[in-house]
Design a protein around this ligand. Structure first.
Ligand SMILES: [Zn+2]
Length: 102
């Protein structure tokens, strides 16, 4: 009988040491054999994407930082509010145009 090295559900081949290790489908799970994360390139990609999203959020003109003064926070809140209203109006107009006959 030949055993194929497929592993069972809940096992993953470690990208670092090549041994099969128990895992719970999480890229951050640790290898039983070498103690490194089982995600490998997937984990790196996931972390990179999360960092990118955070960066985009912080680059947003009305992103409220802990270090902002109350005045700046108020201005940014207003900015976010008017931006939301603006998007709502654009969406409404787009809907109107689509709903109009002819
Ligand atoms: Zn390992």
């Amino acid at each position: 009988m030949v055993l194929l090295p497929l592993g069972t559900m809940g096992e993953k081949k470690c990208p670092h040491c090549g041994e099969w290790s128990n895992w719970n489908q999480q890229f951050t799970d640790i290898c039983d054999h070498c103690g490194k994360t089982l995600g490998g390139r997937d984990l790196v990609y996931q972390e990179k994407r999360a960092a990118q999203e955070q960066e985009n959020k912080e680059n947003w003109i009305f992103y409220i930082k802990e270090t902002d003064s109350d005045f700046v926070k108020g201005m940014k809140n207003a900015g976010n509010f008017f931006y939301t209203v603006y998007i709502s109006i654009i969406t409404f107009i787009a809907w109107l145009i689509a709903a109009l006959p002819g």
